[in-house]
Design a protein around this ligand. Structure first.
Ligand code: 13P
Ligand code: SF4
Length: 358
């Protein structure tokens, strides 16, 4: 990265001292992640955001829904900054508050469902999290989706084993968790398409379903295919395939290990020298892990060379980070992410429920 910008970022950080706390998601660029006080998956960052109450500014190097969650979980005195406001998430954009409210009416009106508990992936807007909190549901991340679903289906004092779950907005995480971790069959899962009347589902389909999966997906992880897995197994003999649960079910079913970004890192840390790995997640992280573990004799390749970076994660680059840090150091707050108080209240109910999962 540009040495002049590195120097400026260091200088601005030094001027700010403990007044600023920088969080970095694992998908961030190397040039950015070097300035993070903590790095993590979505769950760890949600927890860590609240860990430094004395910091006036939380600079969130990640995407918009993560910065919103940090704002919800921190005190009103703390200000959360997203260095580039265009760093959204295409998956989170696939569920709007209006669409979800309409779907809820369909699901609760149709007499179909002793419906239903919403379980909402962290990768969603604050509005959808608030909807979830209002309707007795919980947020989850890729590292606790199993526990969230078990809770929703009645364990640990959760709402009820006979009901259904409306899983928002990532159909793949919902399906993968239900089938792999809760032993559901593919027929227990139906996909609700917000662009079709009644979600495109018949009354019978709705009646039989246990998992109603919102029709959303990650545009990066959705591009790994069964063919990617076959091709890498041929190309790299003895390879272990390690993928994120946002991948399609057929990819996850063909993989050897599945988990969140933090799980992926831990798995590779524990891997023996001489082992070979194909990793199906965002490219910045895979490249960093390949470089980090090469000296230990672990060979790490990208699951599919035709898949590219998450373009919105990549919006946060060193120039944007420098601009936000220098502005803060000069006393000017830029790109603040602030959730309105009512949304914040109910979104926090759903986030707190996740944080309290056993
Ligand atoms: P995790 O880091 O929680 O696994 O999430 C991955 C992701 O896609 C975030 O956008
Ligand atoms: Fe959203 Fe996928 Fe990018 Fe994560 S990797 S921010 S889910 S588009």
């Amino acid at each position: 990265s540009d040495p002049g910008l590195v120097e400026r970022a260091r200088a601005a950080r030094a001027r700010l001292g403990d007044r600023v706390f920088v969080l970095g998601h694992h998908y961030q660029r190397d040039e950015v992640i070097q300035f993070a006080d903590v790095t993590g998956d979505s769950f760890k960052l949600a927890r860590d955001a609240a860990a430094r109450p004395e910091a006036e500014y939380i600079v969130f190097c990640g995407v918009h829904f993560m910065a919103e969650s940090a704002d919800i979980l921190t005190s009103d005195a703390q200000q959360v900054i997203l260095p580039d406001l265009a760093a959204g998430c295409s998956m989170a954009d696939m569920a709007s508050a209006e669409q979800v409210a309409e779907a809820w009416d369909v699901l609760t009106d149709a007499g179909v469902a002793d419906v239903t508990v919403p379980v909402t992936y962290m990768n969603s807007s604050a509005d959808i999290k608030a909807f979830t909190g209002r309707h007795g549901g919980t947020v989850c991340t890729s590292s606790n989706a199993r526990r969230a679903l078990e809770w929703a289906f009645g364990e640990a004092g959760g709402p009820g084993a006979d009901g259904k779950v409306l899983f928002l907005p990532d159909q793949h995480l919902g399906r993968n968790t239900a089938i792999r971790e809760l032993g559901f069959s593919p027929e227990d899962c139906v996909v609700y398409n917000p662009h079709r009347p009644h979600g495109g589902l018949s009354a019978e389909e709705l009646r039989r379903a246990r998992m109603i999966l919102w029709r959303g997906h990650c545009s990066v992880h959705g591009r790994f295919s069964l063919e990617s897995v076959r091709e890498v197994r041929e190309r790299v003999p003895g390879v272990n395939v390690l993928v994120h649960p946002e991948c399609r079910h057929e990819v996850v079913a063909a993989a050897d290990h599945v988990g969140s970004t933090e799980y992926i890192i831990k798995t590779l840390e524990a891997a023996p020298a001489g082992s070979r790995w194909a990793v199906g997640t965002e490219l910045n992280l895979v490249r960093r892990l390949a470089d980090r573990f090469a000296p230990e004799g672990k060979e790490i390749v990208f699951l599919d060379r035709t898949v590219c970076f998450c373009s919105t994660m990549n919006r946060i680059d060193l120039p944007h980070l420098v601009w936000s840090l220098e502005s803060l150091a000069d006393g000017k707050v830029v790109n603040r992410i602030q959730v309105d108080p009512e949304t914040e209240h109910f979104a926090r109910v759903a986030l707190d429920r996740m944080l309290a999962l056993p």
